[in-house]
Design a protein around this ligand. Structure first.
Ligand SMILES: [Fe+2]
Ligand SMILES: [Fe+2]
Length: 317
């Protein structure tokens, strides 16, 4: 088959809403785009463990501790599904981790902000996992099979994360004045970074159009952001706290909330590595990787031993 015919067949498969699987032919650019996106996503899951892991030992009671511990472990699991999905595209996990550790690969900027109080754990679950769900639900129908299937399970777990966060906020907002003030302060600090999670405005977004055609992406950044605002503002109202945006108001004619301009200088600054915690996060990841090397070596040695034993048994039999 000529290259042109293969490309036609590939696009027709996508247009018919059929999945592309690892052994199918695919254009190099499609493969590269997916490797970039899935690996960035995987990195975000495991770097995302750090700001919250910081509060496991300081959770206010056993129930909160157990829920937070489970949530942080889920994020590690999400990272694993996604690295595995990425490996089906013919890239080694070691290579992906090297890119993260050398600062070459990106991950979601939101995890470069510090978690200053317990209310931040509530705000992260509510807003950050909430924004993640908004972004990720459409990915369950992404054209690449292994990515789409990983997202189905991830999204189910994200919805538990979002609820546990909102429940923390609700408890604080029904508590003392100090607790409510703590919840408001966390909302003030996490609101704008959460809106930035949807990425640049559509007209500035470089990869979007092609990704739409390939059905890797199905809904634009601005539309997802608007959906998130429309869903979240009534939740803040229910809590009795306010989003830190003087321009936020319901627009009767559009049926959506209008909101103020996002500080994109801050966004790009954090993306470029100058957020409040970029260096700290990378350092913690590199250290965890180095300290975990004995576990990987032991697991490899054990797998090798089992393989040899199985071969011996096969020979005897
Ligand atoms: Fe996750
Ligand atoms: Fe999550």
């Amino acid at each position: 088959m000529s290259r042109e015919r293969m490309e036609e067949y590939f696009q027709a498969t996508i247009d018919a809403d059929q999945k592309i699987e690892p052994k199918d032919w695919m254009p190099d650019a499609y493969r590269k785009t997916l490797i970039r996106q899935i690996s960035q996503h995987a990195h975000s899951e495991i770097v995302g463990m750090l700001p919250e892991g910081n509060w496991i030992t300081r959770a206010p009671n056993l129930r909160r501790k157990a829920a937070l511990l489970a949530k942080v472990q889920d994020e590690a699991g999400h990272g694993l599904y996604l690295y595995s999905a990425c490996e089906t595209l013919g890239v080694e996990r070691e290579e992906l981790l090297d890119q993260l550790h050398s600062g070459q690969a990106k991950y979601s900027s939101i995890f470069n902000y510090p978690t200053l109080t317990w209310a931040d754990i509530g705000a992260i679950g509510w807003l950050v996992d909430g924004a993640a769900i908004m972004n990720q639900v459409p990915l369950c129908r992404c054209s690449y099979g292994p990515y789409a299937r990983a997202m189905v399970r991830i999204c189910k777990e994200e919805s538990f994360h979002q609820r546990q966060g909102y429940e923390i906020m609700l408890t604080l907002c029904r508590g003392s004045d100090e607790q409510k003030a703590m919840a408001q302060d966390a909302l003030n600090r996490w609101w704008w970074p959460a809106l930035m999670m949807f990425g640049p405005n559509d007209k500035e977004s470089t990869h979007s159009e092609q990704s739409m055609k390939w059905r890797i992406k199905r809904i634009s950044n601005d539309e997802l952001r608007q959906r998130f605002v429309d869903m979240t503002v009534p939740q803040a109202d229910f809590l009795g706290i306010q989003v830190p945006d003087p321009d936020m108001k319901w627009n009767e004619s559009t049926g959506h909330y209008d909101f103020g301009p996002i500080n994109w200088d801050e966004f790009w600054n954090v993306v470029k590595g100058n957020g409040p915690c970029n260096r700290e996060r990378l350092k913690a990841r590199v250290q965890a990787h180095e300290e975990g090397s004995w576990v990987r070596e032991a697991a490899m040695a054990y797998a090798e031993k089992r393989k040899q034993r199985a071969e011996e048994r096969a020979r005897v039999a």
